[in-house]
Design a protein around this ligand. Structure first.
Ligand code: NAD
Ligand code: MG
Length: 382
């Protein structure tokens, strides 16, 4: 039985993970759950799944949390160190990394350093410092399993050949709510419009990232670090139906793809049951849904995000961390109505242009670059 620590259990991925767990009674034990500040949801999950320990990132929320626990008597912890403690403790062998943004870096790293199986949905830390995370995993014998749907699709498809036979990776992308919008509509897009994703239901930050295609930019870097494919071998196609999640091309010319409904429970389940496949009764893709699949080239003029990823990725070192940090702050500013939608592009582009890239020699260097980019963008948003 796998004993789970779910980091970010109250988010969209966290809730879907618990839904998968519910489908396999006796197969998983929930050892620990963590949340940022949503104590109502964390308390509800605690009452249902009865973990031994829970943690909330914001210490001032502990009192409210305790009041909601209804006779449950496990440990309640608080703060980032507590999240790291739960991710690293011996009693859990599988950690689901589902916090949003750079906040997930330290707990995910803590799990990797203890040699655990780590299912990673939280792509931002991988973009910031994928090589450091890989090195930590290798040193401790940890296994990284991708949960992001495109990366799960690459991972599954790539099993049809050897790593050395893989030539090209194609990540698909729904195109988001502004796939066919004019540049003017995009410039004046409201929060509500940007948050209306056509196919996936997700947390707010990744939904905005999907509208700017910054999500795909992050995923290009994520794919490079996870699969070791050079940047010129990673391509993006817009595929509005979100049925084909990724395709891989082998050196003999064969193309293998993974298909499924836009439902994160499938890639989550695969990461949890890997290397096996179990029947969790998830909805299956009806063949009729494949009658009109469309693939288009992304519009790199309206969506400069993809170029940011290639530029930052090829530059290497701290550049991807700066792209990520600038984007995180710009997205928050947009969600707080401080900036226009398309200003996100300017802010990420400016941070990348101004940044003096350093080699990724340590975590400190990455965190410094991350802090520098956040401050730069914050200043520009005032
Ligand atoms: P979400 O906003 O719905 O949930 C985020 C979780 O992180 C919540 O549990 C929240 O309490 C917690 N959290 C937020 N800030 C925190 C902090 N400072 N410290 C500790 N915990 C904190 O986000 P989501 O949509 O579930 O996405 C989570 C991650 O998975 C993101 O990196 C996203 O890019 C990735 N991802 C999501 C989807 C999806 O369908 N939602 C798909 C692929 C990848
Ligand atoms: Mg994805």
């Amino acid at each position: 039985m796998r004993s789970l620590c779910i980091l970010g259990s109250t988010g969209s991925i966290g809730v879907s993970t618990l839904d998968v767990v519910r489908r396999f009674p006796g197969k998983f034990r929930v050892r620990s759950l963590t949340a940022g500040r949503n104590v109502e949801k964390l308390a509800k999950q605690t009452r249902e799944f009865k973990p031994d320990r829970i943690a909330v990132a914001e210490p001032d929320k502990v009192k409210d949390l305790r009041a909601l626990l209804d006779g449950w008597t496990g440990d309640v912890l608080a703060g980032e160190d507590a999240l790291c403690e739960l991710a690293a403790e011996q009693e859990s062998d599988y950690v689901v990394s589902a916090i949003v943004g750079a906040a997930g870096l330290m707990p995910t790293l803590a799990a990797l350093e203890k040699g655990k199986l780590v299912g990673i949905a939280n792509k931002e830390p991988l973009v910031m410092c994928g090589p450091l995370m890989q090195a930590a995993a290798e040193k401790a014998g940890a296994t990284i399993l991708p949960i992001d749907s495109e990366h799960s699709a690459v991972f599954q498809s790539a099993r049809a050949g050897e790593k050395s036979e893989l030539r090209k990776v194609v990540l698909t992308c729904s195109g988001g709510p502004f796939r066919q919008a004019s540049a003017d509509t995009m410039a004046n897009a409201t929060r509500r419009e940007a948050l209306s994703h056509p196919t996936w239901s997700m947390g707010a930050k990744i939904t905005i990232d999907s509208a700017t295609l910054m999500n795909k930019a992050l995923e290009i870097v994520e794919a490079h670090f996870l699969f070791g494919v050079p940047y010129d071998g990673i391509h993006v196609w817009v595929h509005p139906q979100s049925i084909v999640h990724a395709l891989v091309e082998f050196k003999d010319g064969s193309v293998v793809a993974q298909l499924g409904l836009p439902d994160m429970r499938l890639p989550i389940q695969y990461a949890l049951t890997y290397p096996e496949r179990w029947d969790g009764g998830l909805p299956v893709l009806p063949l009729e849904r494949m009658a009109n699949l469309v693939f288009e080239e992304p519009d790199r003029g309206r969506f400069p995000s993809l170029d940011f990823a290639y530029r930052a990725g090829q530059r290497g070192g701290t550049a991807p961390a700066v792209m990520n940090a600038a984007n995180e702050v710009a997205v928050s500013a947009f969600l707080e109505d401080k900036i226009r939608f398309t200003r996100i592009f300017d802010l990420v582009g400016e941070a990348l242009s101004k940044h003096a890239v350093k080699a990724m020699d340590s975590l400190e260097t990455v965190l410094e670059a991350d802090a520098w980019a956040r401050e730069e963008v914050r200043k520009s948003c005032q």
